[in-house]
Design a protein around this ligand. Sequence first.
Ligand code: AHR
Length: 500
Amino acid sequence: MLTARLTIDPARPVGPVSRRLFGAFVEHMGRGVYGGIHEPGHPEADEGGFRRDVIDLVRELGVTTVRYPGGNFVSGFRWEDGVGPRADRPVRLNLAWHSTETNEVGLHEFASWLDEVGAELMLALNLGTRGTLEALDLLEYANVPSGTTLADQRVRNGRPAPFDVRMWCLGNEMDGPWQLGQRSAEDYGKLAARTAKAMRQVDPAVELVLCGSSGASMPTFGDWERTVLTHAYDDVDFISCHAYYEETDGDLGTFLASATDMDRFIETVVATADHVKAVRRSSRTIDISFDEWNVWYLSRVPADLAKGIDDWPVAPPISEDPYTVADGVVVGSLLMSLLRHADRVTSASIAQLVNVIAPIAAEPQGPAWRKCTFFPFATTSRLARGVTLEVRVDGPGYVTAGYGEVPVVDAAATADDGAVALFLVNRSQDEEVEVSLDLTALGVRTVDEALTLSDPDPHAANTADRPDRVGLWPNPRAVVAEDALRVTLPPVSWTAVSLH
Ligand code: AHR
């Protein structure tokens, strides 16, 4: 068996764990909204057509903020289409996902659903095919109490109190050639700054997210961040990061180390933002909104998409990745990367929530169930509280094709009022690891729970027929003796240990 020793200094917290780290993302894409959260006629549907079984699972997942309505979809979206009497709402092409948008669910319905779920709404604006004026209109409609045509229209449409939306994304992935209205960094930076300034004239308290690169592999990555921040630094609060990972060519070793890439990505964007801060002699600090992250088998998408002028299905299944134990382990480790950077990553959204690239599956007229990625997210959202503590890992490494040598054990920890939560990953594919941690300085002695996600088959997954095939199991090999915690991690596993 391999061994690893952890060291945690409670006197050196990284930063407070923002509850917004446990956000998600719902896009009008595939069966995310229609046939996902919303299915009138389903035996579990409420009066508004929203599935109660799905609401229960979203609550259990512990989602705090939900980014909506896109994604790529938003760059072709007219928000007015989704408000007012349903019978009058137009049916449009969803160009991002080659499908038909019925607009049956819009801002009001989604906000009501979020009230049920108990999560905050984060709205994305269309800065692809639209601009500052339309952004102002939506802000006025959503946040101004009453007395203007748009605010009164909201009241007439059934929402007397403002939606009071705090977080707004200034467009989506504006560097991407796939984006409707893709822009150069110069053009986008100027547009975002103009729009942000104008929005603050309506509501100075909005929190604004500037689009960073669509991913760290974009050819303009780094330059894009520097340029857009140079234009909009004083006007925004966050810059976005997006990252998706998948196992390719059977290279499980590289895939399991995906958090290495996320760590580097975050640190590069922080360095770039701080460079702009230095050049501008600014006293403001820009945080990261990691508002799209997950495991996504992106290479399978083209086969899912309809094609042709006469083929625009309503809510076709797209990217309904089944998610394996290995995928769950990677999602757990990506959350650990976010926690490690809690001082600068203060908002994040797993992309997405139901059916599409999602931890929750919902079958038409059938059951809803938890995929493997559900478990580490729900547990981390429940246990990670207070502040993040830095964890030093002394243990073995292994060589990956993607990232060179990486540690076998990945770890993160949080502490809150006498409680410590430890999150651990064993990336070895064939060996157990015994991890030890001296608890003296942490002042905790008792294991409250130790939960592990693993399976002899790392590619096992839950399905409609076997929704409980894989899940968390209580790990009996997490024990405290002589002021030290010892916990044994099976191969390809994610573990959470809470202590007080
Ligand atoms: O989450 C799916 C898509 O991934 C989003 O629409 C887009 O922003 C990203 O490329």
